[in-house]
Design a binder for this molecule. Structure first.
Ligand code: NAD
Length: 263
C-alpha cells in the first residue's frame, strides 16, 4: 500500500503481539501507517487481518539480511518514516552466569542488541532527509540495575540505553530524537514464562516468585502493555518534541531487582 504523503509512518519490530502490538494499536488509533516486522508468521497473519491497511512482514530481526529485505519492501511502500520502535527482545536464558549456554547467550545478544543496529541503520538516511524523526529503543528496568540470573538480557538492555544516548547525540542536529523506555515487569504471557522458569530454577512456588516481582515496584503491581504504548505516543507527539537521550522508566518505581532472599 502506498501511503498518503502527509500520513505519519511508524516501523515497529516485534509488533505482532505483546507490547509491540499494544504500541501498534495505539499508533493506528492516532492515524499512523504501520510497518511491522515479526518472526512469527501466524501472528503476522493475524496482525494483517486486524489492521487491514497496515503492512506486517515475517522477519527475524536478529538476521541483518532479513532486515535488509524487509526494508526493501518498506521503501517500495513508503516515502517517509516518522517513528521507529526497536521493540524486539527475548527474555533469554536464565541461570547463574557460569551455567549459561554460549549459543543462547549469542542468540539473546543478536535479538536484543544487534537487531537495534540492523534496524536503525535503514531508517536514519530517510529521517535525515526529512530532518525529523523519533527512535525508541525498548530497554527494561533491567537496563537500569543489575538483575541476577539474567546476564545476556541485562547486558543488552544496558547497551540499548547507551545506544539511545549515543544516537541522540549523533542525530540531534537533524532533529531526530532517540530515547529508551524501561518497562518493569509487564503483565502478559512473557512475564508468566519468566516467573515459571525462575520458580523452576530456584525450586520455589511461582506465586511466591510473582509476589517478589510485584514487591520490586513501589506501586506493587505490573505495568500493562498499554502504559508503554501511551509513553510511545507521547514521545512521538508534540509533548516529546524536546525529549531526547533519555532512559524513561515505566515500572511503578523500582529501586532494586535483587530482593530474592524473601519470596
Ligand atoms: P514477547 O515475548 O511477548 O514477544 C513479542 C513479539 O516478539 C512476538 O510476536 C514475537 O514473535 C516477536 N519476536 C521475538 N523474536 C523476534 C525476532 N528475532 N524478530 C522479530 N520478532 C521477534 O515480548 P514483549 O513482552 O512484548 O516484549 C517486547 C519488548 O519489551 C522486548 O524488548 C522486551 O525485552 C521488553 N520488555 C518486556 C518486559 C515484559 O515484562 N514483558 C519488561 C521489560 C522490557
Amino acid at each position: 500500500m502506498t501511503t498518503l504523503s502527509d500520513q505519519s509512518v511508524a516501523v515497529i519490530s516485534a509488533g505482532a503481539s505483546g507490547i509491540g502490538l499494544a504500541i501498534a494499536r495505539a499508533l493506528h488509533d492516532l492515524g499512523y501507517a504501520l510497518f511491522v516486522l515479526d518472526v512469527d508468521a501466524t501472528r503476522v497473519g493475524l496482525f494483517c487481518e486486524t489492521f487491514g491497511s497496515a503492512t506486517a512482514t515475517v522477519c527475524d530481526v536478529s538476521d541483518p539480511a532479513q532486515v535488509a529485505a524487509a526494508f526493501e519492501i518498506f521503501r517500495a511502500q513508503h516515502q517517509r518514516v516518522d517513528l521507529l520502535v526497536n521493540n524486539a527482545g527475548i527474555a533469554g536464558p536464565q541461570g547463574a552466569v557460569e551455567d549459561l549456554d554460549v549459543t543462547e547467550w549469542q542468540h539473546t545478544i543478536d535479538t536484543d542488541l544487534n537487531s537495534l543496529f540492523y534496524m536503525t541503520r535503514h531508517v536514519i538516511p530517510i529521517m535525515k532527509s526529512q530532518r525529523t524523526g523519533a527512535i525508541i529503543n525498548m530497554s527494561s528496568n533491567a537496563g537500569l540495575a543489575g538483575c541476577p540470573h539474567r546476564s545476556p538480557y541485562v547486558a543488552s538492555k544496558w547497551a540499548s540505553i547507551g545506544l539511545a544516548k549515543t544516537w541522540a547525540m549523533e542525530l540531534g542536529p537533524w532533529n531526530i530524537r532517540v530515547n529508551a523506555l524501561c518497562p518493569g515487569s509487564v503483565s502478559g504471557p512473557r512475564i508468566d514464562g519468566v516467573i515459571d522458569r525462575d520458580a523452576r530454577a530456584r525450586g520455589l512456588d511461582p506465586d511466591d516468585i510473582r509476589r517478589v516481582y510485584q514487591r520490586q515496584s513501589s506501586l506493587r503491581q505490573f505495568t500493562d502493555p498499554e502504559d508503554i504504548a501511551a509513553m510511545v505516543c507521547f514521545l512521538a507527539g508534540p509533548g516529546g518534541a524536546k525529549i531526547s537521550g533519555q532512559a524513561i522508566a515505566i515500572d511503578g518505581h523500582t529501586e532494586s531487582l535483587t530482593n530474592w532472599q524473601d519470596p
